[in-house]
Design a protein around this ligand. Structure first.
Ligand SMILES: [Zn+2]
Length: 312
């Protein structure tokens, strides 16, 4: 089983190596490609709604030296972090492009201060509409049209989870490539629009893995457990804070094997798959959030792999 896991990571890494080769060219030539600005490098000039966008910054290209720096996107501030590979010369910012974004031209604004005052630079990019499918699901009507009591419970839980996913460690707690939480067939990809008993309720903000009840689930990377409890929709849930405002969520577990505040190593077993919460059968739901925005976990793995390999 370990071998298969390595194989799937290998594929993700292989894809990212190709991307890295392209990135290396862009860095070396220091060209103003479409969507690129001198000293900055976007993971892509176009990004699908629900995907992550990575901005790498070569701080040596900024004179006088930067005192402080941030990214502004859709009126929200995003932190800049030390680069995991070359923290002296480079920094990075990571943004989840919300699923409900309107396709079309968009921009990030890089704002920084130095000895000569405040400065800003606009970095344009394009949001393209993902080709997401529509899933029709049949589940227990009590979970589609929950009682007033359960609606109240679910709303309270949603507020708490939202708070959790925007209140994490700014420092990076992760190390090296992110990995899948289990090796199995993906039965539902990210982004599918969901019709529950004919009603459009939501979009799928993670990926589902086929799993019999009781299959081990492992942490995608190192971090700290932020949530380990039963929620109305997600069932038994673990949320891990990986730092840099990156969170991973593991839902519908039959058993939680970690506690809030516990430090977790990459690959550590955190629980067992199950069918708790709103499900049509046993599976693992795995999600990734960046600053509270759900992103496609498979694209997230690729983008993070490009970050850790770009400077090698
Ligand atoms: Zn799911």
């Amino acid at each position: 089983m370990k071998l298969t896991l390595k194989k799937s990571i290998g594929l993700a890494v292989a894809a990212s190596i190709l991307l890295c080769e392209l990135l290396a060219v862009a860095w070396a030539a220091d060209t103003n490609l479409s969507g690129q600005t001198t000293g900055t490098l976007l993971s892509s000039p176009t990004v699908t709604n629900g995907n992550p966008l990575l901005l790498q910054i070569d701080t040596r290209k900024f004179n006088p030296p930067i005192a402080s720096m941030k990214i502004v996107f859709q009126q929200r501030d995003f932190s800049i972090y030390p680069h995991p590979v070359n923290p002296d010369g480079y920094r990075f910012g990571l943004i989840g492009i919300p699923f409900r974004s309107v396709p079309g031209p968009a921009e990030l604004t890089l704002k920084w201060t130095n000895a000569t005052g405040d400065h800003s630079k606009t970095i344009p990019f394009e949001i393209v509409a993902g080709k997401y499918r529509t899933d029709v699901l049949k589940v227990d009507p009590a979970r589609v049209n929950p009682s007033k009591k359960n609606i109240k419970r679910a709303k309270k839980e949603a507020r708490k989870v939202k708070q959790t996913n925007t209140d994490g460690s700014l420092a990076g707690l992760w190390e090296g490539a992110f990995q899948l939480p289990m090796t199995s067939e993906i039965t539902s990809p990210f982004g599918n629009k969901r019709l529950f008993n004919g009603q459009l309720k939501s979009y799928h903000n993670g990926v589902d893995f086929r799993a019999r009840i009781g299959t081990p689930v492992s942490a995608a990377n190192s971090g700290v457990v932020k949530t380990a409890e039963n929620l109305f929709y997600s069932g038994n849930v673990v949320i891990i804070d990986h730092g840099n405002m990156i969170f991973t969520i593991y839902a519908h577990l039959s058993k939680i094997e970690v506690n809030v505040g516990q430090q977790i190593e990459k690959g550590q077993q955190i629980g067992l798959t199950g069918a708790s919460g709103r499900v049509s059968g046993p599976h693992l739901h795995w999600g990734v959030k960046i600053n509270g925005a759900a992103v496609n976990p498979m694209q997230f793995i690729k983008v993070m792999a490009s970050l850790i390999r770009a400077q090698e």
